[in-house]
Structure formats: structure tokens, C-alpha cells
Design a protein around this ligand. Structure first.
Ligand SMILES: [Fe+2]
Length: 322
């Protein structure tokens, strides 16, 4: 028995960002708030998206004041702009951050309250305005997932909301938007996608359908990620990596991630650091170890591992990573 959730439309191809306006007219509910990052706006990566919305008369406003770690303050600001400009559609263009913000704005516009009220799995009562998601990295899978992560400033806490109401309406994947990624970002986001593929494949919640997507994604990324890393303008490699990231995103949305995402989420998302040793002395690690293990278990992902890991085993993995 299984369920399957994905955007109503997935549009893929070089130059397809220029069709954003068309999809906003067909699937949106009026003018669009574009949510993107400051670099993407400055560098012009988002320009084809903006231009196509202008041509349709649907460009409401642009919100690009988003750091790598968006907080509830950014959500409130973006929601204020969305309402002042009387928008009815959200277009998110960027890596995970802008797409996470878009999901939270849509969520709070429809349901009121604060992100904290909906933290957890399946706690969102009503769907929000449609989101058109346009990734500029090949990794997070956020353009097809029902997940958002927002930091609450007051509590200094990352809030994870998972709801199928957060799955974007339309995903537009234009490989040209990923050419500007430097090799280190190509590698980091690509390995994230490869991990989605592997974890969703072995997850206890995997189904025959998700496994097909996982395996195709893993094969594609294993073959083409090194090429995209070495040759950032290689059209085939950029296309295949974006497709692999999409397949992996569809797979984990309909199965789950597992132990790896469970134990690294705090390191990568909260502390922005891939290596424990860059962050902590051994003594500091030992002092935080219990809390880290508790958080990893509470994330729910380790329970989907093919072989469940005990708290002691998770603690020893942190020790080994150090
Ligand atoms: Fe990930």
C-alpha cells in the first residue's frame, strides 16, 4: 500500500525558465510574488523568470532578502509583501532556501499563526496558494517535496514542517540555471541528491515505484556528477544531474530519507558545517553528544533505516565522523 504525491506539472528543459509566465497564467491565482536569493537576483540568473512574468503582466513583487538560513522573520516580511501587493501566486527560484520560504509563506497565508504551529508531519489543515518552484541547484529536491525548514529566531530552533500541501503546484527545471554553480556547490548539492537516491532506495518506506526512481537517480548522478564537477558547462552533465536530483526528490518525497539525513541534518542545516572536527573539540562534542543523538532520533528518519540504529550506535557514528 502506498501514496504518491508530486507537483501537477513538471517542466524540464534548457530555456524553460522563460515559460514561467505562461504557467503562472495557467495555474496561478493572479500576480506572482517572486522569492529568490540576493546573488541570483544580482547575477541575473532569475532574469528569464522575471521577464516571462512581466510579459504576462503577472510580476507582482520580488523578495530576495533571504540568507542561506531563512528565519521566521523573513517569512513574515515576505508574507507582508505578498499581501500588500495583492499577489495570488508564489514563484520560488533558487536553492533550498527560497523554495523553503515560499512554502512557509503559502502555508501561513492560508492557515495563519506561526510556522511552529505546524512543525511535524501532516499538521497543516489547508492547502495554500500555488507555488511554482524553479531550482537553481541540482540537489535539494525541494521543487517536488512537501518539506520546509525554517529557523525560529527567538528559540534558535530549526522547525521542520512536512505536509503534502507544501508540494509545489508546478516544478520548472531549467538546466541552464545550474551552470553558474561553482564546483564545490555542484559537489555538495549533488552528493545530497545522491544520498536522497540511496536512502530512499533502502528506506523501510520504499515502494516498487519509488525504488525505480531511486535507482535511476543513483545511476545518473554517479555517472554525471563527476563530469559536472570537472566541466561546469557540460550540457549533458548539467541536464543529467538536474534530472537525477528530480528523480531522487520524487523518490524520497514518496518514501523517506533514513539514518544519514537523520544524523547529519543538525550539522548541515543548523551548523552549516559538514565536518564535526571543524566545529567542535572532542570535549565539546562529548558534551553535546546526548542532545545530538536525541535530535537525530526525534527527526524520525533513523527509524526508516533498513537496519535500525540504536542511540548508542548513532553516538558511535558521531564519534567516528569526528
Ligand atoms: Fe538532503
Amino acid at each position: 500500500m502506498w501514496n504518491w504525491f508530486s507537483p501537477k506539472g513538471i517542466v524540464f528543459g534548457e530555456g524553460k525558465a522563460a515559460s514561467t509566465g505562461l504557467f503562472a497564467r495557467q495555474w496561478g491565482r493572479g500576480r506572482a510574488l517572486v522569492i529568490t536569493g540576493p546573488f541570483l537576483r544580482r547575477s541575473g540568473v532569475v532574469e528569464p523568470v522575471l521577464q516571462s512574468l512581466r510579459e504576462e503582466g503577472l510580476l507582482g513583487a520580488v523578495f530576495s532578502d533571504i540568507p542561506s538560513e531563512p528565519t521566521d522573520r523573513h517569512i513574515r516580511e515576505a508574507l507582508g509583501l505578498f499581501r500588500r501587493e495583492r499577489c495570488g501566486t508564489i514563484v520560488a527560484c533558487g536553492g533550498g532556501g527560497p523554495i523553503d520560504v515560499a512554502k512557509a509563506v503559502s502555508l501561513l497565508d492560508a492557515n495563519g499563526g506561526a510556522v511552529r504551529d505546524y512543525a511535524g508531519v501532516g499538521r497543516v489543515p489547508h492547502p495554500g496558494v500555488p507555488i511554482i518552484a524553479i531550482p537553481t541547484t541540482a540537489g535539494s529536491g525541494s521543487e517536488v517535496s512537501g518539506t520546509t525548514i525554517i529557523t525560529e529566531e527567538a528559540a534558535h530552533e530549526k522547525l521542520l514542517v512536512i505536509s503534502m500541501y507544501l508540494v509545489p503546484e508546478i516544478a520548472i527545471l531549467d538546466p541552464l540555471l545550474t551552470y553558474g554553480m561553482p564546483p564545490a556547490l555542484t559537489a555538495a548539492t549533488g552528493v545530497d541528491a545522491l544520498t536522497h537516491a540511496i536512502e530512499s532506495c533502502v528506506s523501510r518506506k520504499a515502494t516498487k515505484l519509488t525504488i525505480d526512481f531511486s535507482l535511476r537517480a543513483a545511476g545518473r548522478l554517479a555517472r554525471f556528477l563527476p563530469v559536472a564537477f570537472a566541466s561546469p558547462d557540460d550540457a549533458e552533465a548539467r541536464r543529467e544531474c538536474l534530472l537525477g536530483s528530480l528523480e531522487a526528490g520524487i523518490a524520497f518525497t514518496n518514501s523517506s530519507v533514513a539514518l544519514v539525513h537523520g544524523i547529519v541534518s543538525r550539522l548541515v542545516r543548523e551548523l552549516h558545517i559538514p565536518r564535526l572536527r571543524d566545529l567542535l573539540s572532542r570535549e565539546a562534542l562529548d558534551a553535546q553528544l546526548d542532545a545530538m543523538v536525541r535530535e537525530a532520533v526525534a527527526s524520525g528518519s533513523p527509524a526508516n533505516n533498513p537496519r535500525p540504529a540504536s542511540p548508542e550506535e548513532i553516538a558511535s557514528l558521531y564519534g567516528e565522523a569526528f
